[in-house]
Design a protein around this ligand. Structure first.
Ligand code: PLP
Length: 393
């Protein structure tokens, strides 16, 4: 028996476990210090009341023989797909129900999608990047080329004459950089993909953080995208479902490669390897789209937005170059004094007792950058930025 030796090519430590270990070691050694965590991407606000109500009602249904549900449709219940169809229509995107697949979160589908994409494709992934895109490709033995995201292009790489890719990963608003593609920029990628028979894997997990009208919240707002893009999204960051687990993937019927509809391949994949998201969770997700649900989730998002604004103000006050923070829960900034990101991580942790995420964990272009998140609480975010300012002088 041979193992999948591609796994040996992965970096030994997953970024967040290294960060967690360093923070735990520090807090154990310094129990009197209050470390403020602005590092992780997990949310902190609870599920909103209408979601809890819907979940409880669904739990009751499951305990009654007349309303009990066993296996559900692998691709999701129609009630939730209808809600999503309505949600997309508000973005002027019309989808058929069969184009929407309910998932247990964007991460799983972003990894699993590789099942239906040929092994020999040239894969282009931005650097820095959400580590899942790169790691899942390494696990499957694919060769990656990196698209340089840097200060010069404001961390929004665009196709040029050297671009050579069959599969392109785009995350907008971006994790970790908080940068967001505008309509014109995203159109350049859509045109590239359509002209080169490539496919865009578009991660819209943070779409609801967008407030400015110049940024699309779905790639399908761009003309031609249904012929070249798969969209992944999630209730995790928009409605606090990180622990509840629900997301969705859209594969338009128009997306055809080698005369095969990718939607059909994905349906075959899902019906074979996936048994759907729990009924209770899908009812909870459906409640997000009720008028009250929309109002309640926006309260939490507004709360995070205010935290982001606190970080942005501090960056401006300190004259530090950064991206994100508006239209995004992430602020990505240049380490003061050109420090390396892990050195700055140690400095910030030990001297200011603030925990963030070193940019190099997201790729080589993050070596001198650092990520803070808006998912903490307001008082802590405020205090963290005061400590940061004191540290930098
Ligand atoms: N995509 C991006 C860019 C993320 O940052 C995350 C989580 O941090 C995910 C996807 C995962 O989302 P989910 O919780 O739906 O699996």
């Amino acid at each position: 028996m041979k193992i999948n030796s591609n796994y040996l090519n992965l970096q030994e430590n997953y970024l967040f476990s290294t960060v967690a270990k360093k923070v735990n070691d520090y807090t154990k050694a310094n129990p009197d210090k209050k470390v403020i965590r602005l590092g992780i991407g997990d949310v902190t606000r609870p599920l909103c009341p209408v979601v809890i109500d819907a979940m409880q009602k669904a739990v009751t249904e499951m305990g009654n023989a007349d309303t009990f549900r066993g296996y559900g449709p692998e691709q999701g219940y129609d009630f939730l797909r209808l809600s999503l169809q309505g949600y997309y229509s508000k973005k002027n995107v019309s989808l058929e129900l069969g184009e929407i697949f309910i998932s247990d979160g964007a991460k799983s589908d972003l990894g699993n999608i590789l099942d239906i994409l040929g092994q020999d494709n040239k894969v282009a992934i931005p650097d820095p990047v959400y580590p899942v895109y790169a790691d899942t490709n390494i696990m499957s033995g694919r060769t990656i080329t990196y698209l340089d995201a840097n200060e010069e292009n404001k961390f929004l790489p665009l196709p040029d004459e050297n671009t050579d890719a069959d599969i392109i990963y785009i995350c907008s608003p971006n994790n970790p950089t908080g940068a967001v593609y505008n309509y014109d920029q995203l159109k350049q990628w859509v045109d590239y993909a359509n002209n080169h028979d490539a496919v865009i894997l578009f991660d819209a997990a943070y779409e609801l953080f967008i407030t400015s009208p110049e940024y699309p919240r779905s790639i399908y707002e761009i003309e031609g995208a249904k012929k070249c893009a798969i969209e992944f999204s999630s209730f995790s960051k928009t409605a606090g479902f990180t622990g509840t687990r629900c997301g969705y993937t859209v594969i338009p019927f128009d997306l055809i490669r080698e005369n095969v509809t990718l939607n059909k391949l994905w349906l075959r994949r899902q019906t074979t390897k996936f048994n759907g998201v729990p009924y209770i969770v899908q009812r909870a997700a459906e409640a997000v789209f009720s008028p009250e649900g929309q109002k309640q989730i926006m309260e939490s998002i507004d709360y995070y937005r205010q935290n982001a604004a606190i970080i942005v103000k501090a960056m401006n006050d300190m004259n530090i170059w950064f991206t994100g923070g508006t239209n995004s829960p992430y602020v990505w900034f240049k380490c003061p004094n050109n420090m390396m990101s892990w050195d700055f991580f140690d400095l910030l942790l030990t001297q200011a007792n603030v925990n963030g995420t070193p940019g190099s964990g997201f790729g080589k272009n993050g070596d001198h950058f650092f990520r803070l998140t808006a998912f903490g609480n307001k008082e802590n975010t405020q205090e963290a930025m005061e400590r940061f300012k004191k540290l930098i002088g």
